[in-house]
Design a protein around this ligand. Structure first.
Ligand code: NAG
Ligand code: NAG
Ligand code: NAG
Ligand code: NAG
Ligand code: NAG
Length: 342
């Protein structure tokens, strides 16, 4: 077995950055002359007149948005307030609203602003001071990002009619398990939910069966309910690193489901390697208290087509070494090219 180290951290960090900067952003100086129907404080490129760029200019308020604008960029300002009427001429047409990195609080978002937007597809609200979510009435919403705010609740039912919502990112807030109970039931096409860096004591309940990605790293989770994954037949990527999971919090076979490709349980309190399915490809268990290498966690039965598809296994920062692996390991872990012990 080779001990090739994958720079996992570097990959994670760059992924996080991509998530934050994945809307098309061009520096204003490259945009050329402004289109005719633009707020004076902003730029609307003549070859892309439905976009209004008002980012990076120390704005304190959201400027009045003229009709025709579908994509509105307001990130990196000092916006504290959204006054009534600013969106009145674009209530049906505005599709993207980017408000990242401002100073918005719920109290200063006037009625008749975001609550009138009926065509919004993307709402990016990260790095503000929201204590509760602000959700437009648009049924077309497909992406919602409210990372790095102070959300302490997410009332149930708010997303009920969001039939096209596929991605929700709420990392770095103050959400508790009680505060999100029922919150994500509505969106039947949800693919990705990120609730990392909150105060959850368990994985979110009542998430739609369409879910493929669930990230709940850095919470206070102590276990996974028996059958939790059986209700999520499409789930491929599950991350619950940096929580408080001990062996007792993991019912037998709870992770033994065929859909999972990646399971991250690193930085918890596990003493044994949980049973996983033959189909799992990435398993992260570093920084636990694992003290034995039991092959039956990976393979209960070995045969021509019965072996573990695991490619990467991290066991570093545990209480075992390479010598803890039994001699017949390679009959089970046939494709594991990367098993790390230190
Ligand atoms: C909305 O559009 C109408 C007609 O073009 C214009 O008279 C009005 O000033 C606009 N209102 C705002 C808030 O932009
Ligand atoms: C937003 O939160 C930051 C950090 O807690 C604080 O310094 C700032 O004053 C807050 N701004 C507003 C407008 O509440
Ligand atoms: C949902 O998305 C589909 C496919 O993009 C689109 O045809 C449909 O109009 C959307 N639904 C709503 C309510 O916007
Ligand atoms: C996982 O479940 C399958 C089907 O129930 C079973 O055959 C297999 O032995 C289990 N794997 C492990 C490692 O427990
Ligand atoms: C053997 O592998 C096949 C194909 O992956 C699978 O359907 C079957 O459940 C496995 N048998 C056991 C006992 O794990």
């Amino acid at each position: 077995m080779s001990l090739l180290r994958v720079p996992v951290l570097a990959i994670l960090v760059s992924m996080a950055l991509c998530q934050y900067y994945d809307y098309d952003y061009q520096p204003v100086s490259m945009l050329g002359p402004s289109g005719p129907n633009c707020n004076q404080e902003c730029e609307c490129p003549i070859n892309f007149p439905s976009a209004m760029y008002c980012d990076n200019r120390k704005l304190k308020f959201v400027p009045i948005v003229p009709s025709g604008i579908k994509y509105l960029y307001l990130q990196n300002n000092k916006i504290e307030e959204i006054k009534a009427g600013v969106f009145d001429n674009v209530t049906a047409e505005l599709r993207w609203l980017v408000l990242d990195n401002n100073q918005l609080t719920n109290a200063k978002i006037a009625k008749g602003t975001i609550d009138k937007l009926t065509g919004l597809e993307k709402l990016f609200f990260s790095y503000n001071n929201l204590t509760e979510p602000v959700i437009p009435p648009s049924k077309a919403l497909d992406e919602l990002k409210i990372m790095h705010n102070k959300l302490s609740k997410f009332p149930s039912g708010l997303l009920n009619d969001k039939e096209n919502l596929t991605s929700i990112n709420l990392q770095h807030n103050e959400l508790t398990s009680d505060a999100i109970s029922g919150a994500f039931k509505g969106p039947k096409k949800l693919l990705s939910l990120d609730v990392s860096h909150n105060k959850l004591k368990k994985l979110p309940a009542g998430v739609p069966s369409s879910l493929e990605i669930l990230y709940a790293d850095y919470n206070e989770i102590e276990g996974v309910g028996a059958g939790y994954l059986n209700k999520l037949p499409s789930l491929q990527y599950l991350r619950i690193s940096h929580n408080k999971i001990a062996d007792g919090g993991i019912p037998a076979g709870v992770f033994n489901v065929t859909s999972l490709i990646e399971l991250d349980l690193s930085f918890n309190k596990l003493q044994a390697i949980p049973e996983i399915n033959e189909q799992l490809e990435q398993l992260y268990l570093q920084a636990n208290e694992i003290n034995k290498f039991d092959l039956s966690s990976f393979c209960k039965f070995m045969g021509p087509v019965n072996y573990s598809r695991l490619k990467h296994l991290r066991l570093d920062a545990n209480l075992i070494t390479q010598h803890s692996m039994p001699p017949d390991t390679s009959n089970c872990l046939r494709v594991a090219s990367d098993i790390m012990f230190e």
